[in-house]
Design a protein around this ligand. Structure first.
Ligand SMILES: Cc1cc2nc3c(=O)[nH]c(=O)nc-3n(C[C@H](O)[C@H](O)[C@H](O)COP(=O)(O)O)c2cc1C
Length: 324
């Protein structure tokens, strides 16, 4: 049975699922594949680096036969970059994550696209409501990549109540139909899914990274700042990133302040990355790796999750005791 939610109605989707705009991983091929299979495909544009982004946007524009969009990091975005994307490529949806979305909302609206704001705590959720987001994405700390420390199970219904009647998507830890059914039950209009789509043929991930995701367990992930410190990333300190633990992480865990002042260790780390040393390889992924056992085509992931959610609702309903 297909789902009809505020998200599917807004973008004429078959499935209440959006691809997470994973920086450098969700490119034009993956976004187009998700949109063509009935979800909402979103390119992960980061701060909007033209050299990488231009070709990815061109692929999506060429291949997608349904609405697609693009996601930016607010702290790294400049208005001119956003306007270039809106003018040249006409995405139908723009996700604004991690930072203040207010400088960008008007430009997105003026271009006729929908504004989706991803939030990691209740203050950000309140601000998303204040700027008039069309959709608020409530992200729990189970998520892969950068984010905050809340749990999906509590942040989603709380944000649903806080921003009502604005539709909310659940993000963080959703990789199968049981997760999607749970998100809809919590009051969400759908799920924004990242880690599960990393293990697809269309994702821009090195084969060894995709294999590591399939092999890993949620227990092997950690939310930390170690890699942002090691690579002297300008990410705001309040956001941590969830990734697969590796040897470098294990040796610096709980010593973040020390790493900040150890220039030799940081230089060694960058050298190791340059040489492709697996001990230094940072694979951003969430606890949902527990639920991933194969690398698939994005369209198959989408239809399977939707069908599983339908079955999960059936099983849950069968457990209800009906009184006379
Ligand atoms: C590899 C990776 C890169 C990500 N990059 C971004 C990004 O650039 N911008 C963004 O808004 N969110 C980014 N995210 C977070 C996602 O938007 C989303 O919140 C998360 O993937 C949902 O949780 P899940 O991974 O458990 O599905 C990234 C996530 C991953 C796994």
């Amino acid at each position: 049975m297909p789902f009809r939610t505020a998200l599917t109605e807004m973008f004429a989707l078959r499935h209440p699922i959006a691809l997470a705009p994973m920086g450098g991983v969700a490119g034009g091929e993956l976004a187009a594949a998700v949109s063509n299979a009935g979800g909402l495909g979103l390119i992960g544009a980061g701060g909007g680096d033209r050299e990488w982004l231009g070709p990815q946007l061109a692929i999506a524009k060429d291949k997608a036969r349904a609405p697609w969009g693009v996601g930016f990091l607010c702290w790294a975005l400049e208005l001119d970059r956003l306007k270039w994307v809106l003018d040249e490529y006409q995405p139908r949806a723009v996700v604004l994550s991690f930072g203040d979305p207010s400088p960008f909302v008007e430009a997105v609206r003026a271009a006729g696209a929908k504004v989706l704001v991803q939030v990691t705590d209740l203050d950000e959720a309140r601000r998303a409501g204040d700027v008039g987001a069309d959709v608020v994405i409530a992200q729990g700390g189970e998520a892969g990549g950068h984010g905050g420390g809340r749990s999906t199970l509590t942040i989603v219904p709380t944000v649903v109540d806080l921003v009502h009647p604005t539709p909310v998507l659940a993000a963080g830890g959703i990789a199968d139909g049981r997760g999607l059914a749970a998100a809809l039950t919590l009051g969400a209009a759908g799920a924004l899914i990242g880690t599960r789509f990393e293990a697809t043929h269309e994702a821009l991930l090195a084969p060894e990274e995709a294999k590591a995701i399939v092999a890993a367990r949620g227990d092997d992930t950690s939310r930390n700042r170690v890699f942002d410190i090691a690579r002297q990333s300008p990410w705001p300190n309040r956001y941590t990133a969830r990734m697969l633990r590796n040897q470098f992480f294990d040796s610096w865990q709980d010593r973040e302040d020390e790493l900040r002042t150890d220039t030799t260790a940081r230089t060694d780390y960058l050298d190791a990355v340059d040489h492709g040393d697996p001990a230094a390889l940072a694979v951003w992924a969430g606890e949902a790796v527990d639920l991933i056992s194969s690398i698939d085509y994005a369209a198959d992931v989408l239809t399977r999750i939707s069908a599983e959610a339908d079955a999960a609702f059936g099983r849950a309903a069968a457990q209800r005791v009906r009184g006379d």
